[in-house]
Design a protein around this ligand. Structure first.
Ligand code: 6PG
Length: 269
């Protein structure tokens, strides 16, 4: 079956991008908790989602009071190989901007324990966490209700970096990646996990991302060069929320073409 077409929503600025994503978060979490009693979300790191996390926590009337916090299981799409208090830790950012301010259940907080000196062991351990919480049988992938992602100016997403072997991973749920230019290892959910989600939202802000975004959305399918192109949920929704600076090179007419391009059966192998 062909993946559904991505939706691309262009908003005015970074503030509007956070508000748009927050509205989606409220809707999706309420619907899931109403339907099945819980909502599973993988948070992204980087700087772009910080505004979203702060809105969810700080705007009581519009957001915080409308979210079923007790029913939400929080996971992470990737983590840097540092401890949870380190300024580069994605958990630390999410904890500071969101998780410490809202009534989440401690038992529903599933962080990647990247303080483990062995990043491969940390990845294996997180895989076990996913298998347990999602009650996976051998060979099954977890189906997150929502995966939040960003995109780097080099086209990476989560810790799927250009020309790295993890882009071809098909069996592992979580992998440790070593990228020379980063200086430290990262631990990331793998492509089959990210593509099994019920909904993926990719947040992109800033004009330094404009050229890459044009190539990713309207150019050829080159996932080794632009790993974010791998994200095509098999049976889920893909929503890009992009601010006008990042979208400045996209042409509205071209978007039709690009939606086709991303989904016309081009396989990455
Ligand atoms: C991380 C991320 C990463 C991020 C992009 C975009 O740990 O840094 O998960 O994939 O989403 O690099 O980052 P910005 O939002 O900071 O541009």
């Amino acid at each position: 079956m062909r993946p559904p077409k991505p939706e691309i929503r262009i908003v005015k600025n970074a503030g509007e991008l956070s508000r748009e994503a927050a509205r989606e978060f409220v809707r999706l979490s309420r619907d899931a908790v109403k339907l099945k009693g819980h909502f599973t979300v993988a948070l992204s790191g980087g700087t772009t989602p910080e505004g979203l996390y702060e809105l969810l926590a700080d705007q009581a009337d519009t957001f915080r009071n409308n979210i079923p916090w007790g029913g939400i299981h929080f996971f992470f799409g990737d983590e840097r190989h540092v401890g949870p208090d380190h300024p580069a830790s994605n958990f630390h950012m999410a904890q500071t901007s969101l998780l410490s301010k809202v009534p989440v259940l401690e038992s529903n907080l599933h962080r990647i324990e990247a303080e483990n000196p062995d990043p491969d062991r940390a990845a294996r351990n997180y895989e076990e966490v996913l298998k347990k919480i999602f009650q996976l049988k051998s060979g099954e992938m977890p189906r997150f209700d929502l995966v939040l992602l960003g995109m780097g100016a080099d086209g990476h997403t989560a810790s799927l970096f250009p020309n790295t072997s993890v882009l071809r991973e098909r069996e592992r749920l979580v992998a440790a990646v070593r990228v020379a230019k980063l200086g430290y290892c990262r631990i990331t959910l793998t492509p089959p996990v990210l593509c099994s989600a019920a909904c993926v939202i990719i947040l992109v802000s800033g004009e330094e991302k404009a050229e890459t975004l044009l190539s990713v959305l309207q150019g050829d399918f080159l996932p080794d060069r632009y790993p974010v192109q791998i994200i095509r949920p098999d049976e889920g929704r893909l929503l890009w929320i992009v601010d006008s600076q990042a979208a400045r090179l996209l042409n509205i007419e071209g978007k039709k073409k690009e939606r086709g391009n991303q989904n016309e059966g081009r396989e990455f192998s």
